[in-house]
Design a protein around this ligand. Structure first.
Ligand SMILES: [Zn+2]
Ligand SMILES: [Zn+2]
Length: 256
């Protein structure tokens, strides 16, 4: 069994065949998915998009949050709505939140402020956070700011989090592990019990699906690649990362 720890199932690119996407995930042994609930951002009426999917599918859990790309659009009414949505029983994390200095769709000071505010809300809701972090080219800038903000505003919560789509170096991975974070999916140095696998679908298709729309069934390919690096079968990686997911989020594992 496999767990896709990060996918955007509400995305318009799934509108025409979402039922088939779930069926293919099921056929591939993907028993659990974490639907990321950013939607189209504040002011679009979509902050509950992942909750709706989670309510329809036992295999789907959800997050809520405002992505750094859309931080500049956030109003107090959006934070009020998120506070309410965060109490839904299918919501198991707050995210994806963080910093993106590569695209700079929102000013960096605004990204930081909205990130800090959501850490405070996640702490109040007792939810772990899912982090999106991307520095500008050939720079450490977003990593430096991320770890400073995590140490100032999150470390004392005792709640941990997940670094999604990890692209940092060994030092960044170690800093995240030291903060109790899970890494998805990680440098070879991360212990096997500290990693998740994900597709970030519909974005970023893995080889051999490059160029196609990504979907949760392809998380099996991520398991195969990690298994190759670590001398494990894709099934062993699937079992271990699924066990990690259920342990980390203190969920009851599905019957295999
Ligand atoms: Zn992301
Ligand atoms: Zn994502």
């Amino acid at each position: 069994m496999f767990t896709d720890s990060h996918c955007h199932l509400e995305n318009k690119r799934f509108d025409s065949d979402r039922a088939d996407v779930f069926a293919r995930a099921n056929d591939a042994g993907v028993t659990t998915m974490l639907a990321i609930g950013n939607g189209d951002g504040p002011g679009t009426g979509t902050l509950d998009c992942a909750i709706k999917l989670a309510q329809q599918h036992d295999s789907v859990y959800s997050t809520v949050g405002i992505h750094p790309h859309e931080a500049a659009l956030a109003q107090q009414s959006d934070f009020d709505e998120l506070e309410r949505l965060g109490r839904d029983p299918k919501v198991i994390a707050w995210g994806e939140i963080g910093l993106d200095y590569f695209y700079d769709h929102s000013p960096r000071d605004v990204q930081q402020r909205v990130f800090v505010q959501q850490m405070e809300m996640a702490r109040a809701a007792k939810l772990p956070i899912v982090i999106h972090n991307r520095p500008s080219d050939n720079s450490e800038n977003a990593w430096e700011d991320l770890f400073r903000l995590l140490r100032e505003h999150w470390a004392s919560s005792g709640l941990c989090g997940v670094l999604h789509c990890f692209t940092g170096n060994v030092d960044h991975a170690q800093a995240a592990l030291d903060l109790g974070f899970m890494i998805s999916f990680a440098a070879a140095m991360a212990p096997l019990d500290r990693i998740f696998i994900e597709t970030d679908s519909p974005y970023l298709s893995p080889i051999p699906h490059r160029g196609k729309r990504n979907e949760p069934a392809f998380v099996v390919e991520a398991a195969r690649q990690i298994g190759e690096l670590r001398g494990l079968s894709r099934e062993e990686v699937g079992q271990q990362t699924t066990a990690n997911f259920y342990r980390f989020f203190t969920l009851t594992a599905p019957k295999s």
